[in-house]
Write a protein that binds this ligand. Structure first.
Ligand code: NZQ
Ligand code: ZN
Length: 389
């Protein structure tokens, strides 16, 4: 394994009833004024908003509302939240939602205390955070990004047409409350998209060096099998607690840094999807579903050992005399079949991307991830986009 330093500063409270049980006590540890951040209003329909605000009011907190955080949160939205926090003197932030809310809150927690332009200093390029961001707690309502247990925040700068993520350990939420029953109301399409995002995070980590025996890859295989099994179960019955709790914890496990230990990591599909998102605002997990099989058809021969393991240990495909290349390719096709089975889009057209979009410009704007089994070029990324049409 490669050398590593491991730390995860987020304390997780997991399970049915955890918000009722712990939020009041956690709120008491923080200041009086809380910036309550959420998305487009799902929490008002499913009762989470009422439950949380009642607890906060009982704990004597003054609530400053920051609502309307959109999927693929923009830098303009970050600045709006930071201004609210500054104007009202917020002491801490409580984010309720998925990756978009959590990511936006992390950037707000920095912008609310920094005098600098945080896009220029910390997103356009990696920076060093030499101050303490506002404390952040999150209540997660959808499985997918795993943002609750890392410092990652993916922000879209609409003016520059750049969607990019940075992971600053100082932005790890102090606490994350995860009640799997809160995810029951997530629309099936979003549940499937979030679950594919989990699978993508695991694959982007697994399909990279090192290829020698290592515990991170073994954990990844178990997680991938778990996501596949439990997504099938949750599609059959969205209120299957076992399935929803497994998917919820899978999403955290995929992005709490554990399976990345000793690994190089790839994340080229994420680089491609983020720029597709910057130009078209497409759904993150659905965009990944379109890209992954095509990307892997381009790289599997360069990472044959791992793709053979994937076919064998994740999809449990019988070998039946196949050569290594045939067997590895069968694993990639099993992934493509699963994507169809769970109803994810398989083409850019199905993803809703207009055929007149300039794929050449988007391809040229993608970062080239250093961890890929194959050295990517912008020309090859364009070829991948064209095959996704
Ligand atoms: O906005 P509301 O009304 O709350 O509705 C949301 C939104 O429409 C809905 N939803 C969430 N919980 C719900 C619910 N609807 C009903 N019941 C519930 N309990 O779900 C929709 C999607 O929410 P969103 O937060 O956008 O989804 P997700 O968690 O997939 O986050 C996507 C964002 O995270 C970034 C993505 O690029 C994208 O911007 N990522 C963040 C990462 C990180 N920080 O580590 C890593 C990822 O790779 C990813 O890039
Ligand atoms: Zn992702």
């Amino acid at each position: 394994m490669k050398n590593f330093v491991f730390e995860n500063a987020t304390k997780v409270y997991f399970g049915e009833g955890c918000v009722k049980e712990y939020l009041s006590c956690l709120a008491k540890k923080h200041g009086e004024k809380v910036l309550l951040a959420y998305g487009g209003g799902s929490i008002k329909k499913n009762g989470i908003y009422d439950e949380v605000t009642a607890i906060l009011k009982d704990a004597g907190k003054e609530i400053i509302e920051f609502s309307g955080i959109m999927s693929n949160p923009t830098y303009a939205k970050v600045l709006e939240g930071a201004k609210l926090a500054k104007d009202h003197g917020a002491d801490w932030i409580l984010g309720i939602g998925g990756g978009s809310v959590m990511d936006c809150c992390k950037a707000v927690s920095m912008a609310a205390v920094s005098e600098k332009d945080i896009w220029d200093e910390y997103w356009a390029k990696p920076g060093v955070i030499d101050f303490d961001p506002l404390p952040l707690g999150v209540i997660v309502t959808v499985a997918g990004t795993g943002s609750e247990c890392n410092g990652g925040a993916v922000i879209t700068n609409e003016e520059l047409k750049v969607k990019t993520g940075r992971d600053y350990p100082k932005c790890n939420p102090e606490f994350a409350l995860m009640d799997p029953t809160y995810t029951y109301s997530v629309p099936v399409k979003q549940m499937v998209s979030g679950s594919f995002d989990i699978l993508s995070h695991i694959m982007e980590t697994y399909f990279s060096e090192t290829d020698e025996d290592n515990v991170s890859d073994d954990i990844s295989e178990a997680l991938m099998r778990n996501v596949i099994r439990n997504l099938r179960a949750a599609i059959k019955n969205p209120e299957d607690y076992t399935a929803r709790s497994n998917l919820f914890w899978d999403s955290t496990m995929a992005e709490n840094r554990i399976i990345k230990l000793g690994k190089k990591c790839d994340f080229e599909c994420h680089q491609m999807e983020h720029q597709l998102g910057a130009y078209t605002n497409c759904n993150h997990g659905q965009g990944l579903a379109v890209l992954h099989p095509v990307y892997y058809r381009h790289v599997y021969k360069d990472g044959l050992t791992k793709f053979v393991r994937f076919a064998e240990n994740v999809w449990q495909i019988p070998r039946d005399g196949k050569s290594d290349e045939e067997f590895a390719a069968a694993g990639v096709e099993a992934l493509a079949d699963f994507i169809k089975e769970v109803g994810l889009p398989t083409t850019l057209k199905e993803l809703g991307i207009d055929e007149n979009v300039d794929l050449k410009e988007i391809a040229a704007s993608c970062n080239l991830a250093p961890g890929s089994y194959k050295k990517m070029t912008h020309a090859e990324i364009l070829a991948i986009f064209m095959e996704c049409k």
